[in-house]
Design a protein around this ligand. Structure first.
Ligand SMILES: [Ca+2]
Length: 471
């Protein structure tokens, strides 16, 4: 599959199909990723959520990962981490692209799709992305005529948000049902639950609790329709549902649930009395996301794991299950989860790095997990629903340390005078030194974050692919 740059937080969608030919019995892979959906937005994680009956059933028939994290707490770097298995400090993808960005994933990075395509998989992607047109017409416009792209063409412009779920389902189902003997990989990165929220008319007021839960119902139905297509086609597909980062708290009633991961310290007097504890932060609500894997015959129904895992692990895991090898010319931050998934191991790692995604220099490590401990270096600076950000604070000299097993709400940091504190902070310092050393030795990439008119998607009635809303 070709490499395209992802711009979430805008809504155009792209369908990509690339075919290869091979016959074997390796598993198919379906990765379904929602946008800005919190850990508490599935009922299997958080009983207060009652609108994800089908995703909950998926969890009850498969493996639910309760300590699974996005590779970053904002869209582009999170998606890039999933697609490359590498942190933004290596790929250069440390912050969001905008609608007029000129660059994308650096071409010397290798995506899951490229690895699997080279291994003989058929690959497809649907993604809320903007395609980079090299030579758009001079009278292009961008906002509000965001396009729906299909391969290298614009299918609709502007995109019709209420139709997206139906189109997602049709595209994915057609791909799944029309594959032949070769195994396949479908990456379905949905626009749900990012604002602006929208759903088909049949979901109007189905919950009686507003557009967020109505849209959540539509997402849940969409997941079920994709799973139905899989079940009707084969019995050897690994189906993985997750989210790219936590809720966008600033959007108030249009954002989701972080469950029990409420980052209480942020609201304390020391934290400034408020500020977001979700998307764009290194509080748990920013990067701990739902993760459910369904693979009948290989995963025992109703399995729950609290192993520390990440979307960075998806690439190494799928590579292994496809019988392929990772490129040897670079470091990967993800780990192979195969043994965990199949029940022959209980853990994957003890250390996980959480990059900053909004309140200080993007990509810089803002927190480190060491087993159940979490060392936090930066807090504040991201607005919450009440417009409060809390001061953007560096704790580099005296980091906050939480024991998430005892304190999942991150309310009470360890006493900085305790020996326990000093041991954990020193281990974190050593882990950070190791990371910096491996980056120094690594094959890293540089990203072009420039923007300009030539990167705009276009609207021109004389063009075969750029249609204006008034045409
Ligand atoms: Ca997102």
């Amino acid at each position: 599959m070709a490499v395209f740059w992802s711009v979430c937080c805008v809504l155009p969608m792209m369908f990509i199909l690339v075919y290869a030919a091979e016959t074997d019995v390796r598993p198919n892979f379906v990765i379904v990723m929602s946008d800005d959906m919190g850990w508490g937005d599935i009922g299997a994680n958080w009983p207060e959520t009652v609108d994800t009956r089908n995703i909950d059933r998926l969890a009850h028939e498969g493996l639910r990962l309760t300590d699974f994290h996005a590779g970053a707490s904002v869209c582009t770097p999170s998606r890039a981490a999933l697609l490359t298995g590498r942190l933004g400090l290596r790929t250069g993808l440390t912050k969001n692209f905008g609608p007029q960005s000129l660059g994308g994933i650096p071409t010397n990075e290798t995506t899951i799709a490229e690895i699997l395509s080279n291994a003989g998989y058929r690959t497809a992607m649907l993604e809320n992305s903007v395609y980079l047109y090299a030579s758009p017409p001079s009278n292009c416009i961008m906002d509000p005529a965001l396009p729906l792209c299909s391969n290298y063409s614009i299918a609709h412009q502007p995109v019709k948000l209420a139709d997206l779920a139906k189109m997602y389902a049709e595209f994915a189902s057609n791909f799944i049902r029309n594959v032949s003997s070769a195994p396949y990989f479908l990456y379905a990165a949905l626009s749900h639950m990012h604002v602006p929220l929208a759903h088909a008319p049949q979901y109007d007021n189905v919950t009686g609790r507003g557009i967020y839960t109505d849209t959540l119902r539509e997402l849940d139905g969409l997941v079920e329709s994709l799973l139905t297509a899989v079940k009707q086609t084969d019995n050897n597909t690994l189906f993985w549902f997750t989210s790219d980062n936590g809720p966008w708290e600033e959007k108030c009633g249009l954002s989701g649930s972080v469950g029990q991961f409420i980052g209480m310290w942020q609201a304390s007097p020391e934290g400034g009395g408020g500020g977001s504890v979700a998307k764009r932060t290194v509080w748990e609500g920013g990067h701990r996301v739902p993760s459910v894997i369904y693979w009948p015959g290989h995963i025992e129904a109703g399995t729950v794991s609290s192993a520390l895992t990440s979307s960075l692990d998806i690439l190494p895991t799928l590579t292994r299950l496809a019988g392929s090898d990772l490129p040897t010319d670079r470091y990967f931050d993800g780990e192979d989860m195969t043994a965990l998934i199949t029940g022959t191991a209980q853990s994957v790692r003890q250390v996980l790095f959480h990059p900053n995604s909004g309140n200080v220099e993007e990509g810089e490590i803002g927190a480190i997990r060491l087993g159940s401990y979490k060392v936090v270096y930066y807090t504040g600076g991201v607005p919450d629903c009440f417009g409060q950000s809390g001061p953007s604070q560096s704790h580099a000299d005296s980091p906050l340390v939480f024991n998430l097993d005892a304190d999942p709400s991150e309310s009470s940091p360890l006493d900085s005078n305790s020996s326990e504190y000093h041991v954990i902070v020193e281990l974190a310092r050593m882990a950070l030194v190791d990371l910096q050393q491996s980056i120094k030795l690594d094959n890293t990439s540089t990203v072009d974050y420039r923007s300009g008119h030539e990167g705009r998607v276009c609207c021109n009635k004389d063009s075969p692919i750029c249609r204006c809303p008034w045409d």
